[in-house]
Design a protein around this ligand. Structure first.
Ligand SMILES: *Cc1c(COP(=O)(O)O)cnc(C)c1O
Length: 392
């Protein structure tokens, strides 16, 4: 089945839909049994997609998990109340006190903070590594390394990693190492993690999967080796998600392909326009050669989206505030992946790194290009640059 056909059909097996088009919202806490035998039978099957207790999921959860597996290519999928819960649970499933974890230096900030503030408390040693390290990650792998965490492209700074190279080297060194990928940027559609050696792939389904900025949700899909451990450890952490939110994410899946195409088309046009502007030092858009790791993007990804960054040549507080404050369409907001355009400014990213330098000291602007008309968006940015310039 081709991608777009998969998106239409994923998770719509008759056992979940009972003949209607969409799997209905199925809410439950307690499941009641009429006999001891029935209860025992359900207990034996509780790790499969059977009703046992609400926390294990209901047919709504199972349908969505099936859909994510079909699209992303895993053998199992656990659903969490947000992307951050998926990340922390996936990590906690595979480390214990005394273990070592390698974390990419361009990781999503809460992922980084979880390492420095929580994992350290539990006696898990963390080393941050340069996102462009590639196969040289070999030199950082220790006897007690249990997890290598990759995020590609990196948060805000957008470095595309050599994920297959890192997976190959890590597994060659020690087959028990779990490579966990934050695959949120690509969505389950544009990078197929299990074809490239990843063991567990995390999605903040809050972003493109849901696509409408109105729910929080996370998923982790896993390969055969990692799925049983991920499933049981996540269950023990009490992770589960509301069927009402899941059904909205399921709805998002149906239009994921067409939305991403439009986001990508709009964002590429704006990125190319930005590259011609005198105010812009560089554009960090994986689809363009100016982005570190662009060659891996071309090799491994099948598409882009609306999220990228650019670096200002010159700025100060007043000019940056003037740029941001007068926007008509680009509102300031953290969670991207909805239909609307967003802007955020970051300063001091060069200092946030532990092990690798980010080469720019001027502010970085991250844009999410929504589904608005491209002319309106360019006009908005053009007026923003005029405000910036008149305040420099
Ligand atoms: C937003 C985001 C997350 C966290 O998702 P939440 O649902 O907001 O917890 C994780 N990773 C990346 C790359 C993200 O952009």
């Amino acid at each position: 089945m081709k991608k777009d056909t998969k998106l239409v059909n994923a998770g719509r097996q008759a056992k979940w839909t009972k003949g209607v088009v969409n799997p209905p919202v199925f809410r439950a806490s307690t499941v009641v049994f009429d006999s001891v035998a029935q209860m025992k039978e359900a207990s034996v099957k509780r790790q499969q997609q059977e009703l046992f207790y609400g926390r294990r999921g209901t047919p709504t959860t199972f349908a969505f998990a099936d859909a994510m597996n079909e699209i992303e290519g895993g053998v199992g999928c656990y659903v969490y109340p947000c992307g951050t819960a998926a990340i922390t649970s996936a990590i906690l499933a595979f480390v214990k006190a005394g273990d070592h974890l390698l974390m990419v230096d361009s990781a999503y900030e809460p992922t980084r903070d979880f390492c420095t503030q929580t994992l350290s408390q539990f006696g898990v040693e963390v080393t941050f590594y340069d996102p462009m390290i590639g196969r040289d990650i070999k030199n950082l792998i220790q006897d007690n390394t249990k997890v290598v965490f990759v995020e590609s492209p990196g948060s805000i700074t957008m470095e595309v990693q050599d994920v297959p190279g890192i997976c190959e080297v890590a597994h060659a060194q020690n087959p028990d190492i779990t490579v966990i990928l934050d695959n949120t940027w690509a969505s389950p559609l544009h990078f197929q993690p299990f074809d490239y050696g990843v063991d567990v792939s995390v999605q903040a389904a809050t972003k493109y999967v849901s696509g409408h900025s109105d729910i929080m949700l996370g998923t982790a899909t896993a390969n055969e080796k990692s799925w049983p451990v991920l499933r049981e450890k996540s269950y023990l952490l009490g992770q589960c998600a509301s069927p009402d939110d899941i059904t909205l994410a399921m709805r998002g899946i149906r239009t994921l392909g067409v939305r991403l195409k439009q986001h990508e088309k709009n964002s590429l046009k704006i990125a190319k326009w930005l590259a011609t502007r005198a105010e812009v030092e560089t554009v960090l858009h994986p689809t363009l050669p100016s982005c570190p790791g662009h060659e891996y993007f071309k090799r491994d990804f099948v598409g882009g989206n609306g999220l990228f960054s650019f670096v200002l040549k010159k700025s100060n507080n007043q000019a940056l505030t003037a740029f941001l404050d007068g926007m008509s369409h680009f509102k300031m907001g953290f969670s991207w992946g909805g239909f609307e355009s967003l802007v955020l400014a970051y300063s001091g990213l060069n200092k946030a790194r532990a092990e690798s330098a980010f080469g720019y000291t001027t502010p970085v602007i991250r844009l999410h290009i929504g589904l608005e008309d491209i002319d309106d968006l360019i006009d908005d940015l053009e007026r923003g640059f005029a405000r910036l310039n008149s305040n420099l």
